[in-house]
Design a protein. Structure first.
Length: 201
């Protein structure tokens, strides 16, 4: 159980802290308006992501009852997708800037909509559910645990981007630092997959 929980936390933190549209909005808003005024965006994105995880979990756990032999395949495919994402993160070229044009701080609904309409959020949630929920019983306990972990880690991850925007606005604008960050995220993501596959042996 502790290995699963630790892997869930690492997985959720890496997913939440990796670059993406929700985090770019948080960074931009944090840089211009500060963390406190960006907090509604952070909360909206976090709540919406936990809903995405819940919907994904319900869909996949119901499917796993109908097709019990598919859970191993789902875990393998989810893990392969995450390894692919880790490779993409590791090889990602640095962007020129993390700051965008924002006229007002992002609101709660903005964060929620950005997350609900974010394909990365759905793919990561489905991958996580296939690794942590579908392969273990009782499914509902692991699903609710993963939803809670995802909510907390998303809040932390998006908050970090907003705080980086506020405190260290120039930190990720250098190519060297972006590459170091991307490679660290890739290694953590790949290690999460390896830990989960090892646990299932």
């Amino acid at each position: 159980m502790w290995t699963v929980l630790a892997s869930m936390i690492i997985f959720a933190l890496v997913g939440a802290a990796s670059p993406g549209p929700v985090n770019i909005i948080a960074t931009s808003s944090g840089a211009r308006f500060g963390y406190r005024r960006t907090l509604p965006h952070v909360l909206g994105a976090s709540l919406a992501y936990s809903v995405v995880v819940l919907i994904s979990g319900i869909a996949l756990t119901q499917t796993s009852y109908w097709l019990p032999k598919a859970t191993g395949l789902l875990s393998m495919l989810g893990g392969l997708f995450l390894l692919y994402m880790a490779l993409k993160i590791a090889l990602a070229k640095p962007s020129r800037s993390v700051q965008g044009e924002v006229d007002q701080p992002a609101f709660l609904r903005d964060g929620a909509l950005a997350q609900l309409l974010n394909p990365k959020a759905w793919l990561v949630a489905l991958s996580g559910v296939s690794l942590f929920v579908v392969s273990d019983l009782p499914d509902t306990v692991y699903l609710w645990l993963f939803c809670l972990v995802s909510l907390c880690c998303c809040f932390v991850g998006v908050s970090l981007w907003a705080l980086l925007g506020e405190q260290l606005g120039q930190y990720l604008t250098t190519a060297k630092r972006q590459l170091m960050f991307n490679r660290l995220m890739a290694v953590l993501l790949a290690s999460t997959v390896c830990l989960m596959w090892w646990e299932q042996l």
